[in-house]
Design a protein around this ligand. Structure first.
Ligand SMILES: Nc1ncnc2c1ncn2[C@@H]1O[C@H](COP(=O)(O)OP(=O)(O)OP(=O)(O)O)[C@@H](O)[C@H]1O
Ligand SMILES: [Mg+2]
Length: 1039
C-alpha cells in the first residue's frame, strides 16, 4: 500500500471508502473500464450518480478523467491533497484532477516531450475551474526557487485578470468564459515552471454592446463600478450606478449573488500590478473601460436633414479626455464616414442607425483590441528569456458548447470550436488506442462510433462550408443581407443531413423553426441559429475614419491598439469566421504535436444547484461527448492494461515467487504471478510491455485478493518496520554511548597526560631543588626549599611534643631550618609551660611549690632525689582518724598538719622502732600508739641532716640543754623528701636542712654523740658497725 494513501483527514476517509471491498456497491467503481456492463449507458450513469452522491466527482475511463460539476466547495483541493497525489501512480489513489496533472507532469519530465490537457464540456461544466485547479497544483508541486516564485505568481494571477476581462455571467454560467484560452506552462529540464504563454481565441465582443436578458457584460465593468475608489470614478467621469449605463442594463441583472465584484476588483488590481502593468497603463486601461461605458450612453438624434447629430456633449467630453482625442475630431468620427470618390475622400453624414452601429462597432473594437493588448502584456510578463530547451504542458480551456433560445454568430463560432475539439479528441483517442494495440502486438477490433467530421466539414469546408458561404456573402458586391446568406446556405447545404432550415424542414420540424433560422445537428445536439447579424458580425467592420480618429489618440494604449499602419491596410481584412477557423487550425496543429490528456466535464443540472443529478441532462452529455464510445474503444479488446513493472509492483505480494522482489524480467514475473493466481489463458494477453486483462472481474478478483493480503502484509511490514525502527534507535543509542565513552576516555586520558606531564615537571624541579638545596637560594631551589620548609612545618605541626618533658619527639629540622626549629621549639615549650601553668589547680600549685622547695634542697645533692620527683606529695600519710585519739587530744591546740610512719633508731642500740611522725603548727611529734615519745618544738629544731646517697635516713638535730631531754633523732622514712620538705616548710627551717657526705654526727645528749655512716653497697643494709656507728648502706640507683 502506498504510504501516501495512509494520510489522515478527508483523504483517508475517501481512500478507505473507495478501498473497502464492500464499499464498491455504494460509491461505484473509480474506472469505467472496469464496468462489467460497459455498453450500457444506464450502468454508466448509475456509476456516475452513485459517485456524485458521495461527492466523488471524478471517475476515470482509462486515463481520461470524467468530472461532474459539484456546484459546491469540496474539501479536495487542499495542500494536503496535492501532497498525496504528488509522485503517485495513476491508479493507486482515487481519481482526481491532481492525479492526471501529476502524471502528465511526470511523463513530461521522464520522456522530455510536450503535453496538453484538453478540458472540454459544455458551458458551466467546470472547465475553467479545472484548469485553475491544475495550475494551482503545478504552482505548489513543482520544485521551487525564489526566482521562479514570480513566474508562478504571474501564471496564477493571469487567471483573475483574463477572467475579469473575458468572462461574463450568462444564463448557463455565472462565470462563463467568453473567449478561448490555451495556456502553455513551460518547464525546464529540472521540472521547474519557468514561463508561460497564452493564446486567446475569439472574444465574444458583441457582449460589450448587447446582453440577453439575465446576462451581464464582462465582469470588469461591474468590478470597476463596485470596487473603484470614488476619486477614480470621478476621474473617469462615472457614477457608481450600473443602471446609468446602457451597456450594463440590457440583461437587467447587474448584481449576481454568486459574484463579489468588490473583492474581485481588489484581486484584479493586485494581479495587474504583479503581471507588470504600470500605474500609468492601468489608468489608460480603466480609462478605456470607462470610455466604452460613455460610448454606450452616447445618444443621437436626427437633424432637419435626416442626419444623426449628438444629443449632448457630456459623453463626448469624457470620451475625448479618456481616449485622448480632440472633441471635434471625435464628434466628426462618430457622425460621418469617409467615402472615397474618384481618388477623393468625401465625408458622408450618418443616419442615426448608422451612427449607433458605428458607435457600437467602436466600443467592440476598443474593448476587443484592449483585451488582445492585455493578453500580450501577460505574455510579456510570463516570457522566459532563457533559450534552453523547455518542455510544456498546455492547458486548453475554451468556451463550452452552448445552446440558448436565440443563438447567433457567437454561438455558431463557439459550437464550431467545440465540434473541432471533439474531432480532435476522436482522432487522438482512436489513434492512440490503435497504436497501443499495434505496438503491443495485440489484435485490434475496430469500434463503431459517431465521427463528427461531417459536421466540421459542413462548417469549414473550402468553397462549400457555411463559413465560405458566409464570407462570400460578406464580400460580394451588391445587396447582400443575412437573408440572402440563408438562401445561399439552403442552396448549398440543402441535402446535408446535419443542416435544416424552415424551408428545408419537414412539416414537424418546420414548426420549431423561424424563417430566418438555420439549424445544425451538432455532435452535442441541435442548435438553431438566427441569421440576423451574421454578416455584420462576420465583417466586424469599423469605419476607416473612426480608426483614423483613434490613431490620433494621445492615449498610448489606444494608440497601441490602433497602430498607424495596419497590416493589409488597403486589402479587405479576413472575416471573423475565417480568422477563427484559421486560429482553430493553428490550435489543432499545436495540439496534435503534443501528448494528450483529457478531462471531460459534465454538468449535473441546469440550475447550478449542488446535489442535483439530472439523468436526462447527464445522459445527453455522456452521449455527445462520446464517453460511451471511448469506453468501448478502451474495452474493445481488454478492459485493463498495465505496464508489467507497475502490475508486478502492485500485485507481487500475491505470489511467493515474486514477493518481496522479483529480480528477473518483469514480463516473466507477471507471467509467474498470473499463473499463480490461476488466470485462464483467454482472460489475459501478454503484450510487449504490458499485460492486457480482458474482463474486469479478473482484475477485481486480483484486487480483492490483494486487499485481503494487504492487511496481512501490513502487519508483517509493520512488525518488521517496528523492529527495524527499534533496532535503529538501539544502534543509535549504542553508537552514542560508544561515542560518549570514547570522548570521556579521551578526556580522562588527556587529563592523565597533563597530570603526568605536570608530575614530571614537579619531580624534575624537586630533584633539581634537592641537588641544589645547599646552594644559596636560586631559581632552581627556591621551590624545593619552600617545599622542604612547608613540609617540615606541616609535619612539625602534626607531631609537636605533647608535654614539656617530652624531649625526644621534636622533629629533626633540615639544615635550612635549624635556627627556626630552635626558636619554634622554645616557643612551643613556653607555650606548653604556659598551658600547663594555666591548667594547674591551687592544690597542684601548692604541691609544686613544695616540690620546688624539695628541688632546691636536694637537686644534685642527694642520689635518690631524681626518683622522688615524679612521686607526688600527699597531704598526709596517716589520716587523722588513724591517729590515736589521745594524741589528737594532746595536739589539739597546735593544729594537725601532717603525719607519716617512720622508723626511729635508738640512739644507743640503734634498734628500729616504728613510730608515727606528726607535724603540727608548732612542733614535730614522735608517737607510739597513744604516747608521745618525743616532742620537738620547731624552735628547738636546729637542723635536719640527710646523706647524699640514696638511703632514706634523716637526723633531726635538736637543741638539747639538759640531760632529761632526749637528743637528736635518727629516723628512717619511706617518704623522706616529703617529710623533710613539709617539716622544713612547717618549721620554717629550709636553710637548716643539710645534705652531708659519708657521716652525720648526732647528739644523744649533751655529752654524748653518735654517728651515722653512709655507704653505697650492693644492697640496702642498716647495721651497727664495729666502730659503734650506725652504718647505712644503700644501693646506688641506676639511670
Ligand atoms: N470542481 C468544482 N468544485 C466546485 N465548484 C465548481 C467546480 N467546477 C465548477 N464549479 C462551479 O461551476 C461554475 C462554472 O464552472 P466553470 O466556469 O469552470 O465552467 P466552464 O466549463 O468554464 O463554463 P464556460 O464554458 O461557460 O466557461 C463555477 O463558477 C463554480 O461555481
Ligand atoms: Mg469557462
Amino acid at each position: 500500500m502506498n504510504p501516501k494513501s495512509q494520510e489522515t483527514g478527508g483523504s483517508r476517509i475517501l481512500l478507505d471508502m473507495e478501498g473497502a471491498l464492500t464499499a464498491r456497491d455504494r460509491v461505484g467503481i473509480q474506472d469505467f473500464v472496469l464496468l462489467d456492463a460497459f455498453t450500457s449507458e444506464s450502468a454508466f450513469l448509475d456509476n456516475l450518480r452513485k459517485r456524485f452522491n458521495e461527492n466523488l466527482i471524478y471517475t476515470y475511463i482509462g486515463t481520461l478523467l470524467v468530472s461532474v460539476n459539484p456546484y459546491k466547495e469540496l474539501n479536495i483541493y487542499t495542500k494536503k491533497q496535492m501532497d498525496i497525489y504528488m509522485g503517485v501512480n495513476f491508479f493507486e489513489l482515487p481519481p482526481h484532477l491532481y492525479a492526471l496533472a501529476d502524471n502528465a507532469y511526470r511523463t513530461m519530465i521522464m520522456e522530455s516531450n510536450n503535453h496538453f490537457i484538453l478540458i472540454s464540456g459544455e458551458s458551466g461544466a467546470g472547465k475553467t475551474e479545472a484548469s485553475k485547479k491544475i495550475l494551482q497544483f503545478y504552482a505548489v508541486s513543482c520544485p521551487k526557487t525564489k526566482l521562479l516564485d514570480t513566474v508562478r505568481d504571474r501564471l496564477l494571477l493571469s487567471n483573475p485578470v483574463l477572467e475579469a476581462f473575458g468572462n461574463a455571467k450568462t444564463l448557463k454560467n455565472d462565470n462563463s468564459s467568453r473567449f478561448g484560452k490555451y495556456m502553455d506552462i513551460q518547464f525546464d529540464h529540472q521540472g521547474e515552471a519557468v514561463g508561460g504563454h497564452i493564446l486567446s481565441y475569439l472574444l465574444e465582443k458583441s457582449r460589450v454592446v448587447h446582453q440577453n436578458h439575465g446576462e451581464r457584460n464582462f465582469h470588469i465593468f461591474y468590478q470597476l463600478m463596485e470596487g473603484a475608489e470614488d476619486e477614480m470614478l470621478r476621474w473617469l467621469g462615472l457614477v457608481r450606478d450600473c443602471q446609468k449605463y446602457s451597456y450594463l442594463v440590457q440583461g437587467d441583472c447587474a448584481r449576481v449573488s454568486s459574484i463579489n465584484d468588490k473583492n474581485d476588483w481588489r484581486t484584479v488590481r493586485k494581479a495587474l500590478s504583479v503581471i507588470d502593468i504600470s500605474e500609468g497603463e492601468m489608468e489608460h486601461l480603466f480609462g478605456i473601460i470607462a470610455s466604452v461605458l460613455h460610448l454606450g450612453n452616447m445618444q443621437f438624434q436626427t437633424d432637419y436633414r435626416g442626419y444623426a447629430t449628438l444629443n449632448s456633449n457630456t459623453e463626448l467630453h469624457w470620451l475625448s479626455k479618456l481616449l485622448g482625442v480632440p472633441m471635434q475630431v471625435l464628434r466628426e468620427g462618430m457622425t460621418h464616414r469617409k467615402i472615397e470618390a474618384r481618388a477623393e475622400e468625401v465625408l458622408s453624414p450618418f443616419t442615426v442607425d448608422h451612427a449607433v452601429y458605428a458607435r457600437n462597432a467602436l466600443a467592440k473594437a476598443i474593448y476587443g483590441r484592449t483585451f488582445t493588448w492585455l493578453v500580450n502584456k501577460i505574455n510579456e510578463s510570463l516570457a522566459n528569456k532563457d533559450s534552453t530547451r523547455k518542455t510544456v504542458i498546455g492547458l486548453l480551456d475554451i468556451y463550452g458548447f452552448e445552446v440558448f433560445n436565440i443563438n447567433s454568430f457567437e454561438q455558431f463560432c463557439i459550437n464550431y470550436c467545440n465540434e473541432k475539439l471533439q474531432q480532435l479528441f476522436i482522432q487522438l483517442t482512436l489513434k492512440s488506442e490503435q497504436e497501443e494495440y499495434d505496438m503491443e502486438g495485440i489484435e485490434w477490433e475496430p469500434v463503431p462510433f459517431f465521427n463528427n467530421k461531417i459536421i466540421c466539414d459542413l462548417v469549414e469546408e473550402k468553397h462549400h462550408g457555411i463559413i465560405s458561404v458566409l464570407d462570400e456573402e460578406c464580400l460580394r458586391p451588391g445587396e447582400a443581407s443575412d437573408l440572402t446568406f440563408l438562401t445561399k446556405l439552403e442552396e448549398k447545404m440543402g441535402s446535408h443531413p446535419h443542416f435544416v432550415t424552415h424551408k428545408l424542414a419537414d412539416q414537424k420540424t418546420r414548426k420549431t423553426l423561424q424563417r430566418g433560422d438555420f439549424r445544425l445537428l451538432h455532435y452535442a445536439g441541435e442548435v438553431t441559429y438566427c441569421v440576423v447579424g451574421f454578416l455584420d458580425k462576420n465583417n466586424d467592420l469599423l469605419y476607416r475614419n473612426i480608426k483614423d480618429v483613434m490613431r490620433q489618440s494621445k492615449n498610448s494604449l489606444v494608440k497601441h491598439c490602433f497602430p498607424a499602419v495596419e497590416p493589409d491596410n488597403k486589402k479587405r481584412p479576413e472575416t471573423v469566421a475565417t480568422q477563427f477557423k484559421s486560429s482553430l487550425m493553428g490550435l489543432t496543429e499545436i495540439l496534435t504535436s503534443k501528448e494528450p490528456w483529457y478531462v471531460r466535464c459534465l454538468k449535473p443540472n441546469d440550475a447550478k444547484q449542488p446535489g442535483r443529478f439530472d439523468d436526462v441532462l447527464v445522459r445527453h452529455q455522456v452521449k455527445y461527448l462520446g464517453l460511451m464510445e471511448h469506453l468501448r474503444v478502451r474495452r474493445a479488446g481488454f478492459a485493463y492494461r498495465r505496464r508489467y513493472e507497475v502490475f508486478l509492483q502492485r500485485y507481487k505480494a500475491l505470489c511467493p515467487d515474486t514477493w518481496p522482489h522479483w529480480r528477473g524480467d518483469p514480463a516473466e514475473g507477471v507471467q509467474m504471478l498470473v499463473t499463480h493466481l490461476g488466470y485462464r489463458p483467454d482472460e489475459y494477453k501478454m503484450g510487449r510491455t504490458k499485460i492486457f486483462i480482458r474482463h474486469p472481474r479478473t482484475l477485481f478478483a486480483t484486487e480483492d485478493a490483494f486487499e485481503t493480503c494487504k492487511h496481512e502484509l501490513a502487519t508483517r511490514i509493520q512488525a518488521k518496520y517496528k523492529g527495524y525502527r527499534v533496532k535503529g534507535v538501539f544502534l543509535k543509542q549504542k553508537d552514542a554511548a560508544t561515542k560518549i565513552e570514547s570522548c570521556w576516555r579521551a578526556l580522562l586520558a588527556r587529563r592523565e597526560r597533563q597530570r603526568r606531564a605536570w608530575a614530571v615537571k614537579v619531580i624534575r624541579r624537586f630533584i633539581k631543588g634537592f641537588m641544589t638545596r645547599n646552594q644559596p637560594v636560586c631559581r632552581e631551589n627556591t621551590e624545593y626549599l619552600t617545599f622542604i620548609r612547608q613540609s617540615y612545618l606541616t609535619r612539625l605541626k602534626e607531631n609537636l611534643p605533647k608535654n614539656v618533658l617530652d624531649r625526644k619527639s621534636w622533629l629533626t629540622p633540615p639544615p635550612l631550618l635549624k635556627e627556626t626549629s630552635r626558636l619554634l621549639r622554645q616557643l612551643h615549650t613556653r607555650l606548653l609551660v604556659r598551658k600547663y601553668v594555666r591548667g594547674i589547680t591551687a592544690q597542684q600549685k601548692a604541691q609544686l611549690q613544695m616540690k620546688s622547695v624539695t628541688s632546691a634542697l636536694f637537686k644534685g645533692k642527694k642520689e635518690s632525689y631524681p626518683q622522688s620527683v615524679p612521686k607526688p606529695f600527699v597531704s598526709t600519710r596517716i589520716r587523722e582518724q588513724d591517729i590515736n585519739a589521745k594524741i589528737l587530744q594532746t595536739i589539739r591546740h597546735e593544729r594537725f598538719k601532717y603525719a607519716a610512719p617512720v622508723v626511729k633508731y635508738d640512739r644507743n642500740g640503734f634498734r628500729p622502732r616504728h613510730r608515727q611522725l606528726i607535724l603540727t603548727q608548732a612542733a614535730v611529734y614522735l608517737v607510739e600508739e597513744s604516747r608521745v615519745k618525743q616532742r620537738v618544738e620547731y624552735g628547738s629544731l636546729k637542723g635536719v641532716s640527710v646523706s647524699h646517697l640514696s638511703d632514706n635516713f634523716l637526723v633531726l638535730h635538736v637543741t638539747c640543754d639538759d640531760l632529761k631531754q632526749k637528743g637528736d633523732v635518727v629516723l628512717q622514712c619511706d617518704s623522706l623528701f616529703e617529710v623533710i620538705t613539709k617539716l622544713s616548710v612547717e618549721a620554717n627551717k629550709v636553710s637548716a636542712i643539710r645534705v652531708v657526705k659519708d657521716s652525720v654526727r648526732f647528739d644523744i645528749h649533751p655529752d654524748r654523740v653518735g654517728y651515722v655512716d653512709f655507704n653505697s653497697g650492693q644492697e640496702s643494709m642498716v647495721y651497727r658497725a664495729k666502730n659503734g656507728h650506725l652504718t647505712v648502706e644503700s644501693v646506688r640507683p641506676k639511670y
